[in-house]
Design a binder for this molecule. Structure first.
Ligand code: GLC
Length: 442
């Protein structure tokens, strides 16, 4: 066996260990201490990792998440399976019982996260050896995922554009991105008195500021005041954004549902509905969220009715969902190369390194995240950019190999001449899960 094969085998073994350690019996935590509950999109990525060596756990991860689904199809961003007080705002803060359709079984947040479950089911089908067994599982849960998409189109698309909004930065998954700075400036949030827990686990320089937390809480207080009613939120939330990453993931998952329903058979009505959503979503996405001057996809601030003119790693997520034409994909890749792709950097920084708001250490303001790289890798392959895809894969593996299964990484190569640590939590589940997938993929 070659040295490279040996190293990869060892990395894969270590990744499996991380996932086994974070497994809680029916779901996984993203990492110990910092994130002690079940997170929505984390679970999806984690299930992909488990699928390579323990399909039962992969299935359980997803069915536990879906068990917390609300009566209206909504799936929360955190499911509180225990009363841990190492996280703020924890189980008692959110009061989701205020919403008439909320789960009676679980405490949760009243926000959601990018809807990965549809494409995750398809990944499980691709990875699984026993296709019949996995198809039986998919048959059991697929309608829940469909209901979730239905929830989005019915409640989160007030102008019937095929583009759904998020009402909180925590719904985006890219929590602390500079994208939201301008919106927070429009808000007159009170100064809350609360005890943060994240900075007890992680250096404050890598986390959001106290003032930013005030804004995060203020949006939630408004939602709570109106019992998490979607219409009221659409009307009153100071934060209302059409996010390209969120919508790309919804579109990718729509496509997976179409293909999976097709495999199962007898679901023509749902397929027709999904195709209608899909057609409208892709059309609007290309029309509204592509900025011809920046030559990239952007976020749209629906509350203040204006585009947010920044480029981030979310700008490239449409490749993953086959949204751009081949010509536009080429333009997008040129932008990626020009702004993010310098030889002194690992791909892919989470925010435009040429912008002065770029910060290589701070949460979503610059560092590399492995889940984003994973989507970028498959997105580039979709369009035949195989060399660049390979670079994304190699960069991801090299970073993890060098410093461990961290939550995020410094994109500057020179940083590692003197440092051998990543940022945020260590032994982080989706980093481990997606490395397993990348190592098993060719
Ligand atoms: C952070 C990330 C979010 C993730 C969560 C748990 O809040 O921004 O995307 O789901 O941690 O890992």
């Amino acid at each position: 066996m070659s040295l490279i094969e040996n190293t990869y085998k060892d990395l894969s073994k270590r990744a499996i260990k991380v996932l086994k350690k974070n497994w809680q019996g029916s779901f996984s935590i993203p990492c110990k201490g910092l994130y002690p509950f079940q997170w929505n999109w984390d679970s999806g990525f984690i299930a992909i990792g488990f699928a390579h060596f323990d399909m039962d756990k992969a299935k359980k991860e997803i069915s536990t998440l879906l068990d917390a689904q609300w009566g209206n199809g909504f799936i929360p961003h955190i499911v509180f399976h225990n009363e841990s007080d190492t996280y703020f705002p924890g189980p008692d803060y959110h009061q989701t019982y205020l919403h008439p359709k909320a789960s009676k079984k679980y405490k949760s947040t009243g926000m959601t996260q990018p809807p990965v479950t549809g494409f995750v089911l398809q990944e499980l089908y691709k990875i699984g050896k026993d296709k019949e067994d996995i198809l039986l599982f998919i048959e059991k849960v697929i309608d829940n995922v469909y209901e979730n998409h239905n929830y989005f189109y019915e409640n989160r698309d007030p102008y019937n554009e095929g583009l759904v909004y998020i009402y909180h930065n925590w719904e985006s998954g890219t929590d602390n991105s500079p994208m939201w700075d301008g919106i927070f400036k429009t808000m007159d949030s009170p100064e809350y008195n609360f005890e943060r827990r994240d900075t007890a686990h992680v250096d404050a320089a890598q986390r959001p500021s106290k003032r930013e937390y005030d804004h995060y809480l203020y949006i939630l207080e408004i939602a709570k005041e109106h019992n998490y009613d979607d219409k009221k939120i659409a009307e009153l939330s100071p934060f209302l954004v059409q996010d390209p990453l969120f919508n790309s993931i919804l579109i990718k998952s729509n496509q997976s549902l179409i293909e999976l329903y097709d495999l199962i058979g007898n679901n023509q009505e749902k397929i027709n509905q999904l195709k209608k959503w899909q057609e409208k979503s892709i059309r609007s996405f290309n029309k509204k969220l592509f900025d011809k001057e920046l030559e990239a996809y952007i976020h749209y601030d629906l509350r203040n009715n204006k585009p947010i003119n920044y480029i981030s790693s979310s700008s490239f997520s449409p490749l993953f969902a086959n949204i751009p034409s081949p010509e536009r994909a080429q333009i997008l890749v040129n932008t990626l190369n020009k702004k993010f792709g310098g030889k002194d950097k690992y791909l892919c920084a989470s925010f435009d390194p040429t912008n002065n708001l770029f910060n290589p250490k701070k949460y979503w303001r610059g560092p590399v995240w492995i889940n984003i790289n994973w989507m970028l890798y498959y997105g580039l392959k979709n369009y035949g950019f195989n060399q660049l895809a390979l670079r994304v894969k190699k960069d991801s593996i090299e970073l993890v190999e060098k410093v461990g299964f961290y939550e995020y990484f410094d994109p500057r190569k020179e940083f590692y001449k003197e440092n051998s640590k990543g940022y945020g939590g260590n032994n982080f589940s989706w980093t481990a899960a997606l490395v397993i997938n990348l190592l098993n993929e060719n």
